[in-house]
Design a protein around this ligand. Sequence first.
Ligand code: AMP
Length: 573
Amino acid sequence: MKFFKLTEYFERLEATTKRLEMFDILAELFREASPEDIDKIIYLSQGQLTPPFEGIEIGMSEKLLVRALSEAANTPTKKIEDLFRHTGDLGLVAEKLITGGQKPDVAQVYKELRTIAETSGKGSVEQKINLLSSLLRGVSAKEAKYIARFVIGRLRLGIGDPTVLEALALSEGDRGLRPELERAYNLCSDLGLVAKTLKTKKIEGVRKFKVHVGYPIRMALCERLPSSEDIISKIGRAAIEAKYDGFRCQVHKDGERIEIFSRNLERTTHMFPEIREAAKALPVKTAIFEGEALAYNETTGELLPFQVTIQRKRKHGIEAIAKEYPLKFFAFELLYADGIDYTEKTYLERRKKLESIIKDNPVIEPAEMFETDDPKEIYKYFEEAVERGLEGVVAKRLDAPYTAGSRNFNWIKLKRSYKGELADTVDVCVVGYFMGKGARARFGIGALLGAVYEPETDTFKTVSKIGSGFTEDEFTELKKMLDAIALKHKHPRVDSVMEADVWVEPKYVVTVTADEITRSPSHTAGKDSEGVGYALRFPRAVGFLRDDKNPEDANTVKEIIEMFEQQRKVKVT
Ligand code: AMP
């Protein structure tokens, strides 16, 4: 496929305000793509060069793009900066200045972008600029617009993974294929690979997908219930584990080769030298296991709060910070060991094997666990756990498999609830913002429009307007980050009755607390036939925009309704 053709699809995707039309356009694109191109087309449409776990980033700033444009168009940087100030979009600037006539293939453009990404080390900045300017010089105006947006991470198409899966199934003329595509995706976390397999080996090939060491498995997530009684009546006798508050890590061991992936499947191996070393020593050749890494006090053995653990999140000076804040790793799941896929085995089988592999290791130990069918015992342990600074407990169904990429009652979390506050925080996806009045007006932003996710329709439904919990500096930073992903109209995957002043691509997640959930006609989450949905009452942000969660990791509409029901139950009794 010609790259020009792909940019025509991008244009159509950008113009649509209708969700179903978006699926149709994507399905048409996937149908037209050759098996050689399809993976690249999927990565590029999602603003990436590879699946996130490969960690390949193009690493160009606006400044470098300005210089590349200046070289490519023989125009002084000053003029480009002026145009940028005027339009706020370097894509439009590129479109205006670049007038080449060549029409390269998608594969060619992709290859050159990858070369730019892989150029590193001394003198690489100049090299990157040269490579980009020569790529831009040849192409047409429209292609330049999208290349420019792509290299600085501002494609703004908002195509999430579920959208791609849905469109892939549609492209084969059978929406019923979606669950099988999803299963394969959950095991390899690489949509390009799934799509390529579908194109070359049809759905039979997709059915043969297996766990592979080195390809992250999409992580299982917890449901929630308000009490230990509810837990036992839901799943019966259960395994009760401590809920640690640190970094979730999925460790892949292939002999001496260790890789570690974060919750949203980014490669974080470099952050954890001591876990890497400790994993090498385990008595298995290959393994995949999960757990939580936490800072702890070596003298007292005390676990430290997340605010301390987070200090370990950095690119440089890892060794020094590792000395200052050593980590413990509490392993809670075994997914694979020496050729055997444990994701399909029961919790008890996984745990038994996990305990046989992990013992007498200085850094890695199995998470605390006991079995019970007595709610009182759970509650007692829960109280102690909270007292010790843990977050609560996670109850696990004894006979359940590890359900990759899904949130269900095989795992149930129980956290402390405070009076006048929801039992748990809610993660919302930011879909727009409001300018703000009075004192706020001077920041140009006063509140965010937050939405929860509805997997059934792959849409975001609004649930809250969040105006507190941010400092003045944070508001300024928010505006900058959100303006960079601003859209001309509401994104087709967003359902809202409120009119935001500025709409943005669904990209960032923010965690909020609230006093309670109420019914409200102003929001679309869980809207009934009378147009009344659910809303968070007195929402406030805890922390800033999160980069460890994808938009689809926001809480779901179903969860909001469940939280609403639970809060009613708690009030009655
Ligand atoms: P939450 O983010 O509140 O939905 O809780 C789920 C998270 O708890 C997981 O993603 C893990 O990072 C973390 N966690 C801590 N301890 C455990 C455990 N024993 N089992 C499963 N998840 C745990």
